[in-house]
Design a protein around this ligand. Sequence first.
Ligand code: UT7
Length: 331
Amino acid sequence: MNKISAAITAVGAYVPEYVLTNKILETMVDTNDEWITSRTGIKERRILKDEGKGTSYLAIQAAKDLMSKKNLDPLEIDMVIVATATPDMPVASTAVYTASQIGATNAFAYDLTAACSSFLYGMSTASSYIESGRYKKVLLIGADKMSSIIDYTDRATCIIFGDGAGAVLFEPNEEGYGLQDELLRSDGIGREFLKIDAGGSILPPSHETVDNKQHYVFQDGRTVFKFAVSNMADVSEKIMNRNHLTGDDVDFLIAHQANKRIIDATAKRMELDEDKVLINIHRYGNTTSATLPLLMSDYENQLKKGDNIVFAAFGGGFTWGSIYLTWAYDS
Ligand code: UT7
């Protein structure tokens, strides 16, 4: 019997309707469209405005999109992973609720959290379950309602993040398509530079933490930028080298959409032509766990069976990594 590899066999996505443009942000904080566009590549982002709706709402819509495109019976799903930095609640998994709401009542489910690398790490986790031979259909969803943890008076963060979700289905493949190699890394040095101080076990919520705005994302952007540029490019180059891939062999780079300049630096190190670098940061900003599946969804029509794709991400923690995957279907 051939070795089982873990392939992506379907994609779905969802972004909320409300569009927060750079022009609108100009009325909220001291910033301007020219600065945001030239420093980040972002033009607009989507925000989930509806009261009472959290990350699970985004995840459920993305999963439903995938299931209707694939004509997938939810009862066939073995497992649901929700990669997220903004779970509905600290306790009571978002993935469990999502699985129940989409009718995946035969599945077990849990959340996976590694800041902006959550989905990339989730690809590794989902693939390992498939490769073990014990599970046949693993639904991996990347979903974040970043607007729930952003201070819209802080121009250092509010211009960057947006809300959204994407989903992929992993299934066994006996032709050898799917995840080929991975290089995942982390370093606790990053904890000081990108974090939410309060609300966890070190600093539980109090009137004081709310008054001090310690439940919002803090980012030392310049430091994070430096680590992101060098580390994301390093792992992407390494995974190419050890799989004997040149820039000509790689069909697409699907990189975390945090800053267009970080993506460009990675693509340059990989010696990739511009048309191989998938971009949608201008439309959604940084949706944290949703950036990679949103790219797959937006560009699904261009992806062909056998395409060599390098995925890369960098996020808080620090967490980062690269995955080499071959695409398994023509859409
Ligand atoms: O996804 C998780 C990982 N996160 C990332 O990868 C994000 C990494 N960091 C970045 O993308 C960038 O650092 C930012 C986009 C956050 C900031 O860009 P930057 O080029 O690093 O700007 P900076 O922080 O060095 O600030 C440059 C100048 C400063 O003014 P002075 O000191 O030079 O006078 C800032 O005060 O730009 C000013 N500035 C702004 N101006 C207009 C900072 N934010 C803004 C703003 N609008 N929103």
